[in-house]
Design a protein around this ligand. Structure first.
Ligand code: F6P
Length: 509
């Protein structure tokens, strides 16, 4: 059989499998919990993470079917290409070497990453020691992958205090930068310009305004306060940044996978480089697991089996992630870019049209807030939304333990309610149940466990791409809008009647 035939046969087999309810699955297999709920140890003194997929419709038959699909899509081969630094991003002719930043990958790439991390560590130490004067604030300017990761990690890990306060600014809307200015003192503020390409219009415009702000507020040498985080160091030099304050990262690290590179500088500056190194180590533990574990024992691959079950076999167009932890409030935003920019594609690796859906829409929020806002649809709406609940056993707060107890009770209650449902003679008070959820429970939120959580999702995204036969590492879908915005700026383009009228009304034409 050709690859295409074996892939089709695997999907056909999966589509034909029986569809027991969750209640039937639990009743029919006494070992269900131990098969589908797994504790993953992060290492000595680092605690662990429980991954529980038992409330999802995975069963032995589906797992075997998905393992056959993974084999047909040459999962082992693709994974070896990823870790071997091969040009797995075929449309851009590049490797995807984010794991090398965490110490796992091609030797030469790991060595290069370590040397670059050393550069970051030295600059962080110099700033902490006062070599650049007093630094209390960092305005980190970047967008997409150059902002979402730093924003998540800073928000998650600095609540107990930090060495330097970081304000992440992404939007070109000047209100975003003004909000950061309002919190910072120009005399003690540094600017990080984070851009893989060092050309992104939002970032470069914000960076220029931040320099003006420093100058207008008495800083004689504003460029002396700038750090550039980029894969295009020559552009940063051209723009005016001194080479000693340029922290490069390799082209082979994709934007939405770049938090582990020098794009993580604000995390290291806020917390100290040692904590940043722990964050990298936590991710590396998942890398080792993902690289060396076969079949459904491989946790990111098992998560992808569940994802494909709902997206491909059950037609679910969205998946939701609810963090029952205020510190992870930005995780759904981070996952949106990771999953939708990676796998929101319509063609396969070979450029053929994709037969079936690609990535679902990733959305979510924070619990318990979301329970009082959007959970109505999850429980009683007409569509099924597979949900991930993410929580920490140890609290992030110092208040009355009642807070954390109620938080976790609610988290677990939601998963139980979605699955069990409840019948009532009054149909508007009836809950259909049999609705899927997974629970990811960390012992404690720390740099290592956050690193592991993010790396788990990266590999889950990659595993989904392999099952679908698509390239998760390009993002051509974002280009057309950028080109048209540029054309408007240049006054070059001719538009449809609606756009022309809007431009005229806003005074842009
Ligand atoms: O427009 C999409 C994108 O290219 C993302 O993939 C990327 O993370 C973001 O823009 C920012 O790009 P850069 O880091 O080059 O400024």
């Amino acid at each position: 059989m050709s690859t295409n035939q074996s892939v089709k046969a695997a999907w056909d087999h999966l589509a034909g499998l029986p569809r027991p309810t969750l209640a039937e699955l639990f009743a029919g297999d006494a070992d269900r919990l131990s098969k589908l709920s797994t504790r993953f140890e992060l290492g000595e003194g680092l605690g662990g993470i429980r991954f529980d997929w038992s409330k999802m419709h995975l069963d032995d038959a589906h797992i075997a079917g998905f393992e056959a699909l993974a084999a047909a899509q040459d999962f082992d081969g693709r994974r070896a290409q990823l870790f071997g630094g091969e040009k797995i991003n075929n449309t851009e002719g590049r490797a995807a070497e984010h794991t090398a930043q965490r110490g796992i990958g091609k030797d030469s790439s790991v060595e290069e990453a370590q040397a670059l991390h050393q550069r970051t560590a030295s600059l962080v130490a110099a700033i902490h020691e006062g070599a650049l004067g007093e630094v209390k604030h960092l305005i980190h300017i970047g967008i997409g992958g150059s902002a979402l990761g730093p924003a998540l990690a800073i928000d998650a890990l600095t609540r107990d205090g930090c060495v330097v306060e970081v304000h992440v600014v992404a939007n070109i809307d000047g209100c975003a930068l003004e909000a950061a200015f309002a919190k910072a003192d120009p005399a003690t503020t540094m600017i990080a310009v984070a851009s893989k390409t060092f050309t992104t219009i939002e970032t470069m415009t914000n960076a220029k305004s931040a320099l003006n702000w420093l100058k207008e507020n008495g800083v004689d040498d504003p460029y002396g306060r700038v750090v550039a985080l980029t894969a295009a160091p020559e552009k940063a030099v051209e723009w005016g940044v001194d080479e000693t304050r340029i922290l490069p990262f390799p082209e082979s690290v994709g934007g939405r996978y770049s938090l582990w590179s020098s794009i993580g500088f604000p995390v290291a500056l806020a917390l100290g480089f040692e904590e940043f190194a722990e964050f990298l180590s936590g991710a590396a533990v998942i890398d080792e697991h993902f690289a060396n574990t076969s079949g459904a024992d491989n946790l990111p691959l098992r998560a992808a089996f569940a994802d494909q079950l709902y997206t491909h076999l059950r037609g679910c167009q969205t998946r939701a992630c609810f963090a029952y932890d205020e510190r992870l409030a930005l995780l759904p935003d981070y996952l949106q870019q990771l999953e939708m920019e990676s796998n929101g594609k319509s063609v396969t690796f070979d450029g053929a049209p994709l037969d079936g859906p690609s990535a679902p829409i990733t959305w979510g929020g924070v619990g318990t807030d979301a329970q009082h806002a959007v959970f109505q649809l999850l429980h009683q709406g007409t569509i099924t939304v597979p949900v991930d609940f993410i929580a920490s056993i140890a609290p992030g707060d110092q208040l009355d333990p009642a807070h954390h107890r109620i938080l976790l009770m609610n988290c677990f209650a939601q998963g139980a309610a979605l699955m069990a449902g409840k019948d009532s003679a009054d149909k508007s008070r009836s809950y259909p149940g049999n609705r899927p959820s997974a629970t990811i429970l960390v012992d404690d939120l720390s740099p290592a466990s956050l690193g592991a959580l993010i790396a788990f999702h990266e590999h889950r995204t990659f595993a989904n791409a392999v099952l679908l036969g698509i390239n998760p590492f390009d993002q051509f879908g974002v280009e057309l809008g950028k080109q048209i915005a540029n054309a408007i700026d240049q006054g070059e383009a001719v538009f449809d009647a609606s756009t022309t009228a809007l431009l005229a009304e806003a005074g842009l034409a």
